[in-house]
Design a protein around this ligand. Structure first.
Ligand code: ADP
Ligand code: MG
Length: 248
């Protein structure tokens, strides 16, 4: 068994009376693609946004490669190797593609007191090339792009960081064939490099195609983890809707 990259320990989070996460514990191994499923409202986005530093938990902890991991914000998580592509639109319209990819990291392009747009654009072009999306131009404004292209820019932003853990929250729901293929290819490459992916989708065919192991959440609770090989889809569905006894 590979060493865990990330251990999620007894994580809980409430919004008023809604218990979005209740004592959730599981781990993600190095070099694996961990699928995360559950009905709408089961806590998938809450869990992933805590891991990505977008919000804190009420209790519990995260351990990243044997160290306590408490990201204070997205940049903090990203600098420690955890990047996320969010479920909703995550790009800023009034900025260019390059500015979106390097948001919060502009300092690396300082020449004297000024940020060199040329250097930033070149760096953005090479990230876009790396992920196989060279048709998106670094100088383009985000509002000139369609939703799928914006998602690809977000994927570039997440990959720019060479993350140890890439979190993808239902991105494929909103994108069509080209974007999906690009994403599947990228996920495989990330895995080949020994990095891990937390892949959230509610498309069970896609889940089975992409994941090594699958974690099920229901009503904010961890229900179980299964190895994808020889997975029984009926069992998975039953776990999601609650016709099965929890093995936690
Ligand atoms: P999923 O991603 O699995 O659909 P979420 O994590 O988005 O589920 O939501 C889990 C529960 O927490 C839902 O009941 C949702 O309405 C609630 N919730 C999530 N975020 C917030 C928030 N910022 N404020 C209030 N309730 C929230
Ligand atoms: Mg969600």
């Amino acid at each position: 068994m590979e060493k865990p990259l990330l251990e999620i320990k007894n994580l809980s989070k409430s919004f008023g009376v809604t218990r979005a996460l209740q004592d959730v514990s599981f781990s993600i191994s190095k070099g694996t693609i961990c699928g995360l499923v559950g009905e709408n409202g089961s806590g998938k986005s809450t869990l992933s946004s805590i891991i990505a530093g977008m919000q804190g938990s009420d209790s519990g902890e995260l351990i990243l490669e044997e160290r306590v991991f408490t990201p204070h914000n997205i940049s903090d998580a990203s600098s420690q190797g955890v990047s996320m592509v969010v479920q909703e639109k995550g790009t800023i319209n009034k900025l260019t593609v390059a500015e979106n990819i390097f948001i919060g990291k502009e300092e690396q392009f300082l020449v004297g007191n000024l940020i060199s747009k040329k250097k930033m654009n070149e760096a953005a072009d090479s990230v876009l090339k790396l992920i196989g999306a060279e048709e998106i131009k670094s100088e383009a404004m985000i509002d000139e792009l369609n939703f799928e292209e914006c998602k690809i820019v977000e994927i570039a932003r997440a990959m720019e960081n060479n993350p140890r853990l890439l979190i993808i929250d239902e991105t494929t729901t909103a994108i069509a064939h080209k974007g999906r293929e690009l994403l599947y290819k990228l996920i495989k490459e990330v895995k080949k490099n020994g990095q891990s992916v937390l892949f959230i989708t509610h498309d069970l065919d896609e889940l089975q195609m992409v994941s090594d192991e699958i974690v099920v959440l229901r009503d904010g609770c961890f229900i179980g983890k299964r190895v994808n090989q020889n997975l029984d889809v009926q069992e998975l569905k039953a776990m999601m809707v609650g016709r099965e006894v929890s093995d936690n």
